[in-house]
Design a protein around this ligand. Structure first.
Ligand SMILES: CC(C)(COP(=O)(O)OP(=O)(O)OC[C@H]1O[C@@H](n2cnc3c(N)ncnc32)[C@H](O)[C@@H]1OP(=O)(O)O)[C@@H](O)C(=O)NCCC(=O)NCCS
Length: 199
């Protein structure tokens, strides 16, 4: 894994990865609603309704949760959702991914994973857990790319990634990203407003 991958992400060809602000949870909802039924099923491990997705998206920035989006023209086209474990499992966090069909196979989820691993490192988590369906070979390939140990549990594949301990580079790169998050959020809002107005 490269140092860039350990420390965060980078600007990609057509979009930009950044943290989702609490005020932007509707962008996560809109992204998840755009997933086709198969992708929804793979993301949540079962079929889910629009109402379930809306409720789920409201928790995007609840305490400890961090959501990263791959933004194109102000809209989210891929996400990684990082959720700390329960009080019983304080050194575990979970992560889940989704990328809209026109954007798959461009390395977006792989880049999002590096950002999430940095988040886990900087918060002292010892295990980053990803649960997916056994037939989800792509997701398992991404987990293996980051050194995950994969096991089958209760009919699902559970990938356990052990993040390295935080270091100067991982901390500084996250600090540097914060002001950029707000700057890009403002740009993204402007793009959405422009897109909504028919000039
Ligand atoms: C799974 C998903 C997130 C992948 O996103 P993506 O941006 O297309 O993934 P990437 O392009 O970063 O990486 C794809 C990886 O799968 C590999 N891959 C592609 N097709 C594959 C296949 N049929 N079998 C095995 N591996 C495959 C690629 O080689 C690549 O791995 P590499 O980087 O080691 O070469 C996306 O397809 C998705 O949203 N699926 C629906 C939701 C879901 O399944 N979520 C996971 C449960 S949390």
């Amino acid at each position: 894994m490269t140092q860039d991958a350990q420390n965060g992400g980078e600007e990609m060809g057509f979009g930009f990865i950044r943290r989702l602000l609490a005020s932007e949870s509707y962008l996560l909802r809109d992204h998840l609603l755009r997933l086709n039924s198969e992708a929804r099923h793979r993301r949540f491990g079962h079929d889910v309704s629009d109402a379930f997705i809306s409720e789920h998206a409201r928790g995007a920035s609840d305490f400890g949760n961090v959501t990263f989006g791959y933004f194109v023209e102000g809209e989210i086209r891929g996400v990684a959702e990082f959720r700390p474990g329960s009080l019983m499992q304080t050194d575990n966090a979970e992560v889940a991914f989704s990328v809209e069909q026109p954007f798959v196979n461009r390395g977006i989820a792989t880049q999002l994973m590096s950002r999430v691993i940095r988040t886990a490192r900087n918060r002292g988590f010892r295990h980053l857990i990803l649960v997916c369906l056994p037939e989800n070979a792509k997701m398992q390939a991404i987990a293996r790319h980051y050194g995950a140990d994969l096991k089958v549990e209760d009919g699902s594949v559970v990938a356990d990634i052990i993040p390295r301990r935080a270091d100067y580079g991982s901390m500084v790169s996250e600090i540097i990203d914060e002001p950029l998050t707000y700057l890009h959020s403002a740009f993204d809002m402007q793009k959405r407003v422009r897109g909504a107005i028919d000039f």
